[in-house]
Design a protein around this ligand. Structure first.
Ligand SMILES: NC(=O)c1ccc[n+]([C@@H]2O[C@H](COP(=O)([O-])OP(=O)(O)OC[C@H]3O[C@@H](n4cnc5c(N)ncnc54)[C@H](OP(=O)(O)O)[C@@H]3O)[C@@H](O)[C@H]2O)c1
Length: 236
């Protein structure tokens, strides 16, 4: 059962998680050196999904780990967005409970749309000041862990986010799964094995302690394209 509930009368955004994983369920190598391993088709798929979302969100370690800007990409996707009635450029959201975000990260070099940082009471005043210097808005939700339910309602009300795409990493995904906020899970299965006990997966962090509590999904579609499989699961 989808546990998403209304608070204060407004609906939270529809949340999609999109991840590429190896055949052994890893999203990067154990040393984190490799995180981009899908085909060109998989990258196109990522941009296609971004072109359906008002906002794209990622965890601080993902934003730090590669030169990504979380934007819509080439003009054809921006035109698609406009035809769908979306803003030409999606909003971009970074999640960091401690406020430890690299101000020199690639994302801050591209000012095509607002960058919003969600953080917690753990971020010191000095860190908040630094973040405010590079982001368009910095908002605190929760004392130690982000209260995503409240954050999502705020994103809907303040920024008009109806459809939110989360692109990992594993720790952020895990928090969203635990909060029962993920409506749709898009997985690209890539024909590689990374192995490694410490290699991240699509849901790291704390996880669920027992089977009864596990997040449940139903398989909606699965497509094979060349050597990869593209699956969509919906919240059960
Ligand atoms: N294959 C793929 O599709 C894919 C996609 C994305 C990422 N990746 C890979 O995944 C790895 C990164 O994943 P990751 O799990 O280490 O990091 P992550 O989820 O990107 O970021 C983790 C950080 O986000 C913040 N955070 C997450 N949940 C939080 C919560 N509930 N409350 C407060 N803060 C929270 C914390 O920031 P603070 O520590 O600052 O508090 C935490 O350290 C990288 O190697 C990346 O390349 C792969």
């Amino acid at each position: 059962m989808n546990t998403k509930r209304k608070i204060k009368g407004s609906n939270p955004p529809f949340v999609l998680v999109n991840m590429a994983m190896t055949a052994d369920g890893k999203i990067a190598t154990a040393n984190r050196a490799v995180s981009s391993f899908g085909s060109a088709r998989d990258h196109e798929h990522l941009l296609e999904l971004r072109a359906t979302a008002d906002a794209v969100m990622a965890g601080a370690r993902t934003v730090d780990s590669a030169p990504i800007n979380l934007g819509p990409g080439p003009a054809k996707f921006r035109r698609l967005r406009l035809r769908r009635g979306l803003a030409e450029y999606n909003l971009r959201i970074i999640v960091s409970g401690s406020g430890l975000v690299n101000p020199k990260a690639e994302i801050f070099k591209h000012r095509f749309s607002p960058v919003i940082i969600l953080t917690t009471g753990r971020a010191s005043e000095a860190k908040l000041r630094h973040l405010r210097a590079v982001a368009d808005e910095v908002k605190v939700f929760g004392r130690r862990e982000i209260n995503f339910r409240a954050a999502l309602h705020w994103l809907r009300e303040k920024w008009g986010v109806k459809r939110l795409l989360c692109e990992g990493g594993g720790e952020l995904n895990d928090a969203l799964f635990r909060a029962g906020l993920v409506d749709e899970l898009h997985l690209s299965f890539c024909p590689k094995i990374f192995g490694g006990r410490r290699a991240p997966t699509i849901a790291d962090g704390r996880g669920f302690g027992c089977l009864a509590a596990a997040a449940r999904f139903r398989l909606k579609t699965i497509r094979r394209i060349s050597d990869e499989m593209f699956a969509v699961f919906t919240s059960a």
